[in-house]
Design a protein. Structure first.
Length: 192
C-alpha cells in the first residue's frame, strides 16, 4: 500500500495566525472510511433500539451528519452546545452550557457525538448532566481523541482517530470559528 501524501497549507492573509502552516494529519478518504466503520459498529451495538444521538455543537456537525447517514438503525437527533474554549486554543477549565437538549431523555439510550476529546472536561460535564436526567445509557462517539492528555473518568465507546496533543482544524473543527470547512483534518505546525 502506497504512502499517503499529506498536504500543507499556509494560513491566508487576513486570518488569525496568517502565514503559519497547517499540515494535513488525516485525509478526507481516511475520515470517510473511519466514519463508515464507526457507523457499522454503532448500528450493531444498537440493533433493535432507537437511541437519541446528541451532537455537541458546533464542531461535531460534519462528523455527526456523516455518521448518521451511514447508520442502519433508527435514531433520533438532538444537540447541545457547550463552551470551554472561547477564542483560545486551550480550555479555560470552566464549562458553560450555551444550548441544552430539547428531547425527553428519561429511560433512553443516548449517544453523544463529539468532534474531539482532549481534556475530557466537557464530556464529564455532559455525562453527569445526562445521567442526572435518568437516561438508560450514555455512550460517547468522537472523531478525534487525544489519549495522552484526556483525563475523563470513563472509557470512550467509539473513537475515530487517536491524535497527538496538537491544535487541529478542519472537518468541523475551528480556530476562532475559522477553518471548519476543510475536508481533511490539519494540525498547526507551531503553537497558536
Amino acid at each position: 500500500m502506497g504512502r499517503t501524501l499529506r498536504k500543507t497549507l499556509t494560513v491566508p492573509k487576513g486570518y488569525i495566525n496568517e502565514g503559519k502552516e497547517i499540515r494535513e494529519i488525516i485525509t478526507e478518504k481516511e475520515i470517510y472510511n473511519k466514519v463508515k466503520e464507526l457507523a457499522a459498529e454503532i448500528s450493531k451495538c444498537y440493533a433493535g433500539k432507537i437511541p437519541i444521538i446528541i451532537g455537541v455543537l458546533n464542531g461535531s456537525f460534519m462528523f455527526m451528519a456523516d455518521l448518521v447517514r451511514n447508520l442502519s438503525i433508527d435514531f433520533e437527533v438532538d444537540f447541545i452546545k457547550i463552551s470551554s474554549y472561547g477564542s483560545s486554543t486551550k480550555s479555560s477549565g470552566t464549562v458553560r452550557l450555551l444550548k441544552d437538549i430539547s428531547a425527553d431523555i428519561t429511560g433512553r439510550d443516548i449517544i453523544v457525538v463529539e468532534d474531539i476529546i482532549d481534556s475530557g472536561l466537557t464530556i464529564e460535564f455532559i455525562k453527569h448532566r445526562l445521567e442526572e436526567a435518568g437516561t438508560k445509557s450514555v455512550k460517547f462517539a468522537t472523531c478525534l481523541y487525544k489519549s495522552n492528555v484526556a483525563k475523563q473518568s470513563f472509557d470512550i465507546d467509539f473513537i475515530g482517530f487517536n491524535i497527538p496533543d496538537k491544535f487541529v482544524v478542519g472537518y468541523g473543527l475551528d480556530f476562532d470559528q475559522k477553518f471548519r470547512g476543510l475536508s481533511s483534518i490539519y494540525a498547526f505546525e507551531e503553537e497558536v
